[in-house]
Design a protein around this ligand. Structure first.
Ligand code: AHG
Ligand code: MN
Ligand code: MN
Length: 319
């Protein structure tokens, strides 16, 4: 059912998550509530913060402000044991040592896109508190993204399908998140691919795989925000990578804050993720801010890529 078709009843996020464990539903709804505040605040928090995060990236004012908003808002629920953010060096712990969940947060993914009004958004991972951060993606309880674009949309997966909502206009849907896609499935092959620049520094086997996609007329779609680029692949089918580079073998994206939650959603929608050999969700973490090569998308394409990578490994008999 798509929102606005006829006068069917709107299914709100509140109604949809009522099927979940009550405390998990409260965390998801809290993130949804905070995401609306960020959307309203964006025009007033433009520009750089003149501070740098632990990954050495210059922060924008909204990176810093959204990070504080989400951190304080989530910790105030009493439901969070540990919260780790891309924007802060260490995870923060709930003083009482209680809280059912551990949270990973990229409070604003694609923040370099804000000044040019391109796509950006929030990426969140939710673990049961027994999985101390940094955690394996396979142990995610839920993952959700909020994408700030012409529409504000939310996608969540809590191990029972991938569901998408759009933030309605006040006069019609009282600014709620209304269901627009339930049990969203990624198309098996699709037609778009997203990859970053600097091709001459890619590994030869990855260059070869991208040449195969181009020969099959896949359309290049790369907007510089992980959340926006992967959302296109989720809807249209295809392939996204922020690959290993000859001079950056771990790539750029962070396992905890970007790769795990997004891989959880893509795999929940019937797609696949890969670190080059095997799912990103099975990578054993070694550090909170570690980077990891990311390949994800339609199952057939990831299988094809991993088969090619394996052939290249096997052919290296002499070096
Ligand atoms: P963030 O804004 O949270 O630091 O993330 C930016 C990331 C990711 O969103 C995107 O895929 C990638 O940076 C783009 O990197 P390039 O500018 O190197 O293409
Ligand atoms: Mn990011
Ligand atoms: Mn970010």
């Amino acid at each position: 059912m798509m929102i606005g078709e006829g006068e069917e009843k709107v299914i709100t996020l509140e109604e949809h998550v009522s099927e979940l464990d009550e405390e998990l539903a409260r965390v998801i709804l809290k993130i949804a509530e905070l995401s609306k505040i960020v959307r309203r605040e964006l025009p007033h928090r433009l520009g750089k913060a003149s501070t740098w995060n632990v990954s050495g990236e210059e922060q924008t004012k909204i990176d810093v402000w959204a990070n504080e908003l989400f951190t304080e808002g989530l910790m105030s629920t009493g439901l969070i044991n540990q919260l780790a953010s891309e924007e802060t060096p260490e995870a923060i712990e709930n003083k009482e040592g209680t809280g059912a969940f551990n949270i990973t947060l990229d409070p604003l993914d694609g923040s370099s896109n804000i000044e040019s009004n391109n796509l950006f958004g929030v990426i969140c991972g939710i673990y049961d508190a027994r999985h101390e951060l940094p955690a394996m993606g396979r142990n995610l309880r839920a993952a959700l993204t909020i994408l700030y674009g012409p529409l504000t949309t939310m996608v969540y997966c809590a191990r029972k399908g991938v569901h998408e909502f759009v933030k309605g206009r006040k006069e019609r849907f009282e600014d709620v998140y209304a269901l627009i896609n339930e049990n969203l499935k990624i198309p098996s092959k699709g037609k778009v691919y997203g990859v970053p620049s600097n091709r001459e520094m890619w590994l030869p086997e990855f260059r070869h795989f991208i040449a195969l996609l181009e020969r099959e007329n896949y359309a290049l779609r790369y907007g510089g925000s992980f959340i926006g680029d992967v959302n296109q692949v989720l809807h249209k089918g295809g392939f996204f990578a922020y690959p290993a580079y000859l001079d950056r073998p771990h790539g750029k994206l962070r396992l905890q804050f970007e790769a795990n939650p997004m891989s959880f959603i893509i795999e929940g929608a019937g797609g696949k993720s890969s670190v080059g050999r095997g799912s990103i969700l099975d990578v054993k973490p070694t550090a909170l801010h570690q980077r990891i090569p990311v390949y994800l998308g339609s199952k057939e394409l990831i299988d094809q890529m991993e088969t090619l990578f394996a052939k290249c490994r096997d052919a290296r008999l002499y070096y």
